[in-house]
Design a protein around this ligand. Structure first.
Ligand SMILES: C[S@@+](CC[C@H](N)C(=O)[O-])C[C@H]1O[C@@H](n2cnc3c(N)ncnc32)[C@H](O)[C@@H]1O
Length: 360
């Protein structure tokens, strides 16, 4: 099995609805969705459909995940399309495809769908589409609107070079690329270009002429070399310092070898606006109507009240947040026992980092 295929089977947000689930730890992505709503609304208003094709429209959300966020973007799209087409298409029928990797918790998604769709006045038909958005998911010219929210920062695979033990691109002592050797960051950037090219090529086939592709992704402003923009944010610690410390704790306890630690990498790359524009340019067929860098509220600030209480609750909340996005991948690599220990260390390290003066 190739590396991309094998990642697809282990990469997913944590399913279910318990404390470490993505559904309970997606307030960062929720804040991103809220900030991007005005942009999404105007993008959907700008849709230019050819006459005769506007009575049945197809919408896809790629990397839909699970939880309340899943329905947010689609609700906006549905509401705006209905408003825009109310006069000319009073009988408008909408079909929504919720798409994600097969490992996504589609069961929880489908259970909440019934209540979401029928409980709202904006009815639509719904279906789930399992598969990677780095490949074709729909027939040619099938979709009118495609949205992808906070998902494209996930790469299709760890760059192969990064898995070459002992090479300059072997990411020693780190699980991610913030602060890593230049060669490692370059290998990620290369993979990111390749992936975005593939994503756009597939969407170009699937979206009708005049349709809309709306992409919200973890990224960074133009010209910034560092992956993390906001150095005061707890964001920067999530996949960096705390995570590296927790892995080192497993090594120090003698539970894993250094090499095992170094073999684990998080397949996330935060693209700059130039990198995104260049990929769109390379692909052709798309016109950028608008591209903006949105500063998203720190996910930890959204939970501030709860976290202010004491270091332990802060540590636990940080560990829950990290598990919401990473637990399935870590568990596939380390197994359940070591994963539990890793995130216990993570919570301890985060608690140590709590400064206690109300500043998060
Ligand atoms: C941070 S979650 C975002 C979920 C949701 N859109 C939201 O706004 O909360 C990222 C999602 O992208 C999905 N994803 C990552 N790589 C993917 C790929 N290659 N194809 C499809 N989905 C992918 C993950 O499984 C996950 O559900």
């Amino acid at each position: 099995m190739d590396s991309a295929r094998s990642l697809e089977y282990v990469l997913s947000m944590q399913g279910g609805e318990d404390d470490v689930s993505y559904a309970k730890n997606s307030y960062g992505a929720a804040a991103a969705l809220a900030s991007s709503k005005p942009l999404l609304t105007s993008a959907i208003y700008s849709i230019k459909l050819t006459k005769g094709c506007s009575s049945r429209l197809k919408i896809a959300d790629l990397g839909c995940g699970v939880g309340d966020n899943t329905f947010c973007a689609v609700d906006t799209v549905v509401e705006v399309l209905r408003r825009k087409l109310a006069v000319i298409e009073p009988e408008l029928e909408l079909e929504v495809f919720f798409s994600d990797l097969p490992s996504n918790d589609f069961n929880t998604l489908f259970r909440s769908l019934e209540e979401k769709v029928n409980g709202s006045s904006q009815k639509y038909f719904a279906a789930g589409v399992p598969g990677s958005f780095y490949r074709r998911l729909f027939p040619k010219g099938e979709l009118h609107v495609v949205v992808t929210m906070s998902a494209l920062q996930w790469l299709s695979q760890i760059p192969e070079k990064v898995m070459e033990k002992g090479s300059k691109t072997w990411n020693k002592g780190r699980v991610w690329i913030q602060g890593a050797e230049k060669e490692v960051v370059e290998a990620y950037a290369e993979q990111s270009d390749k992936d975005l090219d593939e994503f756009l090529k597939c969407r170009k086939e699937e979206i009708v002429e005049g349709g809309v592709l709306f992409m919200l992704m973890g990224g960074r402003p133009s010209g910034l070399v560092s992956q993390v923009t906001d150095h005061d944010s707890r964001h920067k610690l999530l996949f960096t310092t705390l995570m590296d410390q927790a892995w080192q704790d497993l090594v120090d306890e003698g539970l894993i070898e250094e090499e095992k630690r170094d073999g684990f990498n998080i397949p996330i790359y935060l693209r700059s606006t130039e990198e995104i524009a260049a990929a769109i340019d390379r692909c052709g067929g798309f016109k950028i109507e608008k591209m903006e860098v949105l500063k998203i509220a720190d996910p930890m600030n959204a939970k501030q009240q709860e976290l202010m209480k004491d270091p332990e609750s802060y540590g636990q909340a940080m560990a829950n947040l990290a598990q919401g996005g990473l637990k399935p991948m870590v568990e596939a690599y380390l197994g359940p026992d070591l994963t539990r220990k890793l995130f216990k260390w993570y919570a301890t390290r985060a608690a140590d980092d709590y400064d206690g003066n109300g500043e998060l």
